[in-house]
Design a protein around this ligand. Structure first.
Ligand code: NAP
Ligand code: GDD
Length: 344
C-alpha cells in the first residue's frame, strides 16, 4: 500500500487569531505546518499555548516587508499550500500608519505571489481578503459581485492585495484564492478590536478591576462570526479543483450596542442607557454608576457603518455554513476572559 504523502503548509501571521486556529486545524489534518511570524511576537505565544499547539509547529522567522525572508522560506520548503494571514490588521491604526500598513498589507502578498511565480508556481495560495474592502455601500447584502469602495488605508491595501491575487491567478494560471471574510471573533481575538475590548473590560468591571470602559461609534453594524469556523472555509477553498474568491459571513447583522447589551446580560450586570451622541452613557441599574462612556478618540476619520454578507456561494461550492450564533460567541468570549482574569 502506498502511503499518502504528508502535506506541508505555510501559515503567515500564525501568531494572530486566525493563524492560531488555522495551525490547529492543519495539524489535526496531519499537515506539516510551518508557522511564520516575527520573532518578537513569538515570545508570548499565548494563543498557541491556549490551543496546545506550541510544540507541534515548526517556527520560522519571517517579515512580510522583507522580500528576502519570503524567498528563503519558500526555497527552503516545498509548500503545497500557503495561507497569507499576516497583515497590519487594525483599521484604526492604518489611519496613523498608512504607509507601513500598505507596505505590509498591500505589498506583502505581492512579494509572496511574485516569489511563488518564480520559485514555486504550483503552490496553492490563500489571501486573507476582507469585508472592509466594501466600505461605504448602499446594498443590503454583500456578495462576490458587489463593487468595492474602501474607506481606510487598511481597506485600500486589502483591495490591492485582492486584485493582485486575482491577477496572478489569471496571468500565470496559479492556484490563488481570496476569502472575503466578514468580521470574525473568538476568545483569541486581539484586545484592540471592539468585541474583545468589550468582553475583557466588562469582565474587569465585574471583578472589580476597572470602573468603566470607553468606546467610539456604538451604532456601527457588523456581521460577526466565529473565527474557528472561518479558518475551515480557508482550507476548503484550497481543496477545490478550481481557484476562486468566496465571501464568508453569517448573513446577520448587529450593532456594537447590541454586543454590549448581551455581554452585560451574560455577566449579570443590569444596565440602562442615557443621553445622546458623545454624551450617551450606560449606567449600572442598582448602583447608578457609569459603566460605559463615549470617547471620540475611538472614532475613525471615515467609518464603515454597515456590513452584512451572503455566504451562498461558499455554501453551494464549499459546503460551508456558520454554526455558532452571536449570543453563543459572546458567552464563549466572556467565559474565557473571566477564567483568564480570575487567574491573575
Ligand atoms: P491578527 O490577530 O491581527 O493577526 C495578524 C498577524 O499578522 C499577527 O500574527 C501579526 O504578527 C502578523 N503581522 C503583522 N505585521 C507583520 C509583518 N510585517 N510580517 C509578518 N507578520 C506580520 O489578525 P486576524 O484577526 O487573525 O486576521 C488574520 C488576517 O485576516 C489578517 O490579514 C486580517 O487583516 C484578515 N481579516 C481578518 C478579519 C477578522 O475579522 N478577524 C476579517 C477579514 C480579514 P505580530 O504579532 O508580530 O504583529
Ligand atoms: N476597535 C474599536 N474600538 N472599534 C470600535 C470602538 C472601540 O472602542 N468603538 C466602536 N467601534 C466600532 C468601530 O468604529 C467599527 O465600526 C466597529 O466597532 C468594529 O471595529 P473593529 O472591531 O476594530 O473591527 P473592524 O470592523 O474595523 O475591522 C475588523 O474586521 C475587518 C473585516 O470587516 C478587523 O478584524 C479587520 O482586520 C477586518 O478586515
Amino acid at each position: 500500500i502506498q502511503m499518502k504523502k504528508r502535506k506541508i503548509a505555510l501559515v503567515t501571521g500564525s501568531s494572530g487569531q486566525d493563524g492560531a486556529y488555522l495551525c490547529k486545524l492543519l495539524i489535526s489534518k496531519n499537515y506539516k505546518v510551518i508557522a511564520a511570524d516575527r520573532r518578537s511576537s513569538r515570545d508570548s505565544g499565548w494563543r498557541h499555548i491556549e490551543l496546545g499547539i506550541k510544540n507541534k509547529l515548526i517556527y520560522e522567522d519571517f517579515d512580510l516587508s522583507d522580500v528576502n525572508s519570503i524567498i528563503s522560506i519558500i526555497k527552503k520548503y516545498k509548500f503545497n499550500e500557503i495561507y497569507n494571514l499576516a497583515a497590519q490588521s487594525f483599521v484604526k491604526a492604518s489611519f496613523h500608519t498608512p504607509i507601513s500598513t500598505s507596505d505590509v498589507t498591500a505589498l506583502g502578498p505581492l512579494r509572496i505571489l511574485d516569489t511563488l511565480k518564480n520559485f514555486s508556481p504550483k503552490t496553492r495560495f490563500y489571501q486573507a481578503s476582507s469585508s472592509e474592502m466594501y466600505g461605504k455601500v448602499n446594498k443590503h447584502v454583500l456578495d462576490e459581485n458587489t463593487k468595492f469602495n474602501p474607506r481606510s488605508p487598511y481597506a485600500a491595501s486589502k483591495l490591492f492585495a485582492h486584485e493582485i491575487t486575482k491577477n496572478y491567478r489569471e496571468a500565470y494560471n496559479m492556484f490563488c484564492c481570496s476569502g472575503i471574510l466578514f468580521n470574525h471573533e473568538s476568545p483569541l481575538r486581539g484586545e484592540e478590536f471592539v468585541t474583545r475590548k468589550i468582553t475583557k473590560q466588562l469582565c474587569e468591571v465585574k471583578l472589580g478591576k476597572r470602573k468603566f470602559l470607553e468606546l467610539g461609534n456604538i451604532y456601527a453594524k457588523r456581521d460577526w462570526g466565529y473565527a474557528e469556523e472561518y479558518v475551515e472555509a480557508m482550507w476548503r477553498m484550497l481543496q477545490q479543483n478550481k481557484p476562486d474568491d468566496y465571501v464568508i459571513a453569517t448573513n446577520k447583522v448587529f450593532d456594537v450596542k447590541y454586543f454590549i447589551n448581551n455581554s452585560c446580560k451574560s455577566l449579570n450586570i443590569p444596565i440602562m442607557w442615557k443621553g445622546k451622541g458623545i454624551h450617551e452613557v450606560a449606567i449600572i441599574k442598582n448602583t447608578k454608576k457609569i459603566i460605559i462612556k463615549i470617547n471620540t478618540k475611538y472614532y475613525r476619520p471615515t467609518e464603515v457603518d454597515y456590513l452584512k454578507g451572503s455566504y451562498k456561494k461558499a455554501n453551494r461550492i464549499l459546503k460551508w455554513r456558520p454554526k455558532i450564533n452571536l449570543k453563543k460567541l459572546i458567552k464563549m468570549m466572556i467565559d474565557a476572559d473571566l477564567k483568564r482574569l480570575s487567574k491573575n
